[in-house]
Design a protein around this ligand. Structure first.
Ligand code: CO
Length: 150
């Protein structure tokens, strides 16, 4: 019942708002499944920095069902994810020094929380960006549009 209410509220919000409200700080939840709680994220160019707090509310450890939060240009997403697979868990599933990675959090497992803080000075208003999870096999379902608005 609670889930149903949540779904109804979400649908209602999506219909009226279209795109989620802009913010500089975000709380994103993940679990023992391949989904972010946020379908999309909108920031304002005026944000001094962006903070994403990532909480894994599941119980599976990071090496089984870990998740991270990575930001890249949409055009780079697939290549960044492939490179990240090779890099492994210790490298947060991103290739060290990969300049296509605009932000990356630690990989969290069940019960863990992490935060990533980054500047969007180099990002363009209206640019084509996406956030995703670079844990192998996750990026196809764990991704969403990252909007930079004026
Ligand atoms: Co994931």
């Amino acid at each position: 019942m609670k889930t149903m209410m949540k779904m109804i509220l979400c649908v209602g919000f999506t219909l009226t708002a279209g795109v989620s409200q802009a913010a500089c700080n975000f709380d994103v939840e993940v679990g023992d499944y391949l989904k972010f709680s946020a379908a999309d994220m909108t920031v304002e160019k005026s944000c001094e920095s962006i903070t994403v707090n990532l909480t894994h509310s599941g119980s599976l450890p990071a090496n089984v069902m870990g998740h991270n939060w990575v930001l890249s240009a949409t055009a780079d997403l697939d290549a960044v994810a492939v490179a990240g697979m090779q890099a492994g868990l210790d490298a947060k599933y991103v290739q060290p020094g990969d300049s296509r990675v605009l932000a990356v959090s630690a990989v969290v497992g069940g019960g863990e929380t992490t935060s990533v803080n980054f500047s969007i000075d180099d990002l363009t208003v209206g640019g084509d960006y996406m956030f995703f999870c670079s844990v192998p096999g996750h990026s196809y379902s764990m991704r969403g549009v990252f909007v930079v608005q004026q």
